[in-house]
Design a protein around this ligand. Structure first.
Ligand code: GAR
Length: 230
C-alpha cells in the first residue's frame, strides 16, 4: 500500500516541489503520494503548488494547527508527516502519535544553528556571523523540541568568504532538494525507521561528509547524494 504523505509548509514550497517531482519520477514504483499540503499561512507558495498538483490544500486556522491537527491528519489518512519549511511548533499529541513518521529538514548541520528563531535566512546569517566554514542540510525525526529529534541524514556544503545569506541559502537548498525526497522515499519504503531504542535504523552509513560534499559545485553534492541514495 502506498503511504499517504502530508507536507506542512509555511513558505514557498520548493522542498514540497522536489518531493512531488521525485515521487512522480518513480512512477508506479513510488512508495508514497503527497495527499495533503497544509500551511499556517493562507498566502504560502506551498499551497499554490499543492493546488497546482491537484492535492488537498488547507490553510490551517489556529485550531487546525493546534488541538485540531491530529484530526486533520486522520481525516486524510496520513501515514507520514513531512515538515518542509514549517515554522510553527507541532502539537505534542501529533509528535507522539507520529513518532518515527514525522520528519523535518533544517538548513544547517544540527545541532549547530538550530532551535527557536533559527529558520530560513536567520540560520544562514548566524552561520556567516560565526564564520563557520561548513554548513549543510539535516533531515531528522521530529520530537517535542525544536530541531532536536534523532538525525537521519546530513549533507555538508562549503561556506565561502564571499557568501551572503542568500547565496548560502541557495547552495544549501540545492542539497535539500536532492536529499529530502530520497530520505522520504526510504522512510516510506520502510528502509529507514526509528527504533524503539530511539536510534535511527537503516540510514545509509555514507550519509556523512564525503569527498563529493565539499567540492564547491552544487552538482557534485547532488551527484554524491544520488550515489548513496539512488
Ligand atoms: C528550507 O531551506 C528549509 O530547510 C527551511 O526553510 C526553507 C523552506 O524552503 N526550514 C527551516 O528553516 C526550519 N527550521 P521552501 O519553502 O522553498 O521549501
Amino acid at each position: 500500500m502506498r503511504k499517504q504523505i502530508a507536507v506542512l509548509a509555511s513558505g514557498g514550497g520548493s522542498n514540497l516541489q522536489s518531493i512531488v517531482q521525485h515521487l512522480a519520477s518513480l512512477g508506479t514504483g513510488s512508495p508514497a503520494d503527497v495527499v495533503l499540503v497544509a500551511s499556517d499561512r493562507p498566502d504560502a507558495g506551498a499551497l499554490q503548488r499543492g493546488r497546482g498538483h491537484g492535492m488537498h490544500v488547507v490553510a490551517m486556522d489556529r485550531e487546525q494547527r493546534t488541538s485540531g491537527m491530529l484530526a486533520l491528519l486522520a481525516r486524510h489518512a496520513v501515514d507520514l508527516v513531512v515538515l518542509a519549511g514549517y515554522l510553527r511548533f507541532v502539537p505534542v499529541e501529533v509528535t507522539r502519535s507520529y513518532r518515527g513518521r514525522l520528519v523535518n529538514i533544517h538548513p544547517a548541520l544540527l545541532p549547530a544553528f538550530g532551535g527557536t528563531g533559527m529558520y530560513g535566512h536567520h540560520v544562514h546569517e548566524a552561520v556567516l556571523a560565526r564564520g563557520a566554514r561548513v554548513s549543510g542540510a539535516t533531515v531528522h525525526f521530529v520530537d517535542e523540541e525544536y530541531d532536536h529529534g534523532p538525525i537521519i541524514a546530513q549533507w555538508p556544503v562549503p561556506v565561502f568568504a564571499h557568501d551572503t545569506a542568500s547565496t548560502l541559502a541557495h547552495r544549501v537548498l540545492e542539497v535539500e532538494h536532492a536529499l529530502y525526497p530520497r530520505v522520504i522515499q526510504q522512510l516510506a519504503e520502510g528502509v529507514i525507521s526509528l527504533g524503539a531504542d530511539g536510534h535511527v535504523h537503516g540510514a545509509p552509513a555514507h550519509l556523512a561528509p564525503s569527498y563529493f560534499a565539499l567540492r564547491p559545485d552544487p552538482g557534485a553534492a547532488v551527484e554524491g547524494i544520488r550515489a548513496v541514495l539512488g
